[in-house]
Ligand binder design. Structure first.
Ligand code: HSE
Length: 295
């Protein structure tokens, strides 16, 4: 039996739509063993598919197929901390668990690049799967077949405070509301800010982050799907956040604050409650630099 730990991820980071993502110290665990049958269960109260529609199972089966093997069945036990469909990479965590678990069960025939490529082919974009697998902040380009990526470890004094509402927003819905074409001006607006984000994060120029997370490709459209998001942004900035952005496809809002802003999360909780936003959870997180590991 193997046990995997897979981090939550925050994708886009504002303007890096489908290109930037980072891993967070907020983990799912998966126990896995080859079996003659499909035996899947959740060890907490999260409901997961317990048959061949389970995404961890599907991903494991895909990896076996790529390696010319047939997966007879799988024993899976899932412990889910990452909330589902909230913009924190829960589906990527399942894909990465399935691929890395299956690869381990087969004696590691595939290397890291192969795993990243396969994960992106299953997910369709690389910005959650790459940091879930690799950790740190990852810049990734998916050419439809291969992912060209750079992982950078991040040792900053930043806290990433996830503000998670009590409703789900399916990624398909959050992608369906986006325009199919954009102006050159908007493209430049985003690509310059995406580059500014990683350069500023990695060099400690945190005063740039507020400008860097603005974008014209997805957040303006998704804001309408997330009731109270604007208010949550305003509260985060009022408490000294460097930046706030919609995490992945949403609905989670991520606020970035300095480590020395030590009561930031408590102040957020207090202000959210005062605004009647009791259903929004507050998680004070750090960047994970390891990615998916075997425990
Ligand atoms: N880049 C993706 C999006 C992340 O924004 O739709 C969510 O899977």
């Amino acid at each position: 039996m193997i046990t995997l730990q897979i981090p939550a991820t925050s994708a886009n980071l504002g303007a890096g739509f489908d290109a930037l993502g980072l891993a967070l110290q907020f983990y799912n665990k998966v126990e896995m063993e080859e079996s003659d049958t499909i035996d899947i269960a959740s060890l907490d109260d999260t409901s997961v598919p317990t048959d061949e529609r389970n995404l961890i199972y599907i991903s494991a089966k895909d990896l076996y197929e790529v390696c010319g093997r047939k997966l007879p069945g799988l024993f899976l036990r899932q412990t889910n901390t990452i909330p589902m469909t909230r913009g924190l990479g829960s589906s990527s965590a399942c894909i990465v668990a399935g691929l890395m678990g299956a690869n381990t069960l087969l004696g590691c025939p595939l290397g890291t690049d192969d795993l990243v490529d396969l994960a992106a082919q299953i997910e369709g974009h690389p910005d959650n799967i790459a940091p879930a697998l690799l950790g740190g902040i990852v810049t990734a380009v998916f050419d439809g077949r291969r992912v060209h990526w750079v992982k950078q470890e991040v040792y900053t004094k930043l806290r990433f405070v996830a503000l998670i509402p009590d409703f789900e927003l399916p990624t398909e819905k959050a992608r369906a509301c986006l325009p199919q074409t954009v102006s050159l001006k908007d493209a430049v607006y985003d690509l310059s800010r995406a580059a500014l984000f990683s350069a500023s994060l990695l060099t400690g120029k945190f005063e740039n982050l507020r400008t860097a997370v603005h974008d014209k490709l997805h957040q303006p459209y998704r804001m309408a799907l997330i009731p109270h998001a604007r208010e949550v942004f305003d509260i985060a900035y009022a408490h000294g956040a460097y930046a706030a952005y919609i995490s992945g496809a949403g609905p989670t809002v991520m606020a970035i604050a300095d480590e020395e802003n030590e009561f930031f999360a408590g102040k957020m909780r207090f202000s959210l409650d005062n605004a009647g936003l009791h259903g929004w959870q507050v998680h004070d997180l750090k960047i994970d630099n390891q990615g998916c590991i075997l425990l």
